[in-house]
Design a protein around this ligand. Sequence first.
Ligand code: ADP
Ligand code: MG
Length: 247
Amino acid sequence: MLAVANQKGGVAKTTTVASLGAALAQRGRRVLLVDLDPQASLTFSLGVDPEDLDVAVGDVLLGEKDAGDAIVVAEEAVHLLPSTIDLARAEESLASRTGREHRLRAALQGVLDDYDWILLDCPPSLGVLTAAALTAATDLLIPLQCETLAHRGVGQLLDTVHDVRAYTNPDLTVLGVLPTSYDGRTRHARAVLEAITESYDLEVLEPPIPRSIRFAEAPAYGLSILQTATNHRGAQAYRDVADRLLA
Ligand code: ADP
Ligand code: MG
């Protein structure tokens, strides 16, 4: 189970979850994607309208429904545990509930055997939903845009990982950072990437995901770039990262 987290918004967490999910499904793996963002971008981008849902991840975290009651089948046989705006209310309510960090792990226990890969799309914060994701996950992937200030938050995220290991999930592994929206032609992007990996002693997952307008277009079709632009280098980059995960 892989959490994709970074409390900074717009670093391609959701794009990475949708694209890796599609790539793993194309490799014949049984894939579940979990939308943990009340904005429900992942849910929308897989062509599911949150307004049409009676049950979603918020109900599951509150213990009112089983994960199996909320999971829907999206494109390319990818399964989705969707989010709706109600997740914001569920998150508030969870703040005062016992076992909040452990609830996602417990909720997914019943469906673990149905999937080869479960990818968790975290919200842009280090609150209870991200803590629950890091508690449930075996591994963490940190998408990062290689801008000067992009790494300001990485230390804070790693502090959270430290706490998670100490209190809720001792075995959490940090796979490393995935450079996204990467423009390898600029010396600047390369320099920032080096600075980040050196200062935090993190692996860099290869290849970097190139910057391309194609990524912004895909969600409008309810598909990932792997379906809308199969041969695009961005799609190929995510397939290569998926193959690294499988290796
Ligand atoms: P997050 O989930 O971290 O907030 P998103 O995945 O929603 O980030 O991506 C933020 C925006 O950046 C979206 O509009 C998305 O289409 C765009 N984007 C993602 N990856 C790339 C890329 N490699 N090149 C250009 N734009 C990208
Ligand atoms: Mg997102």
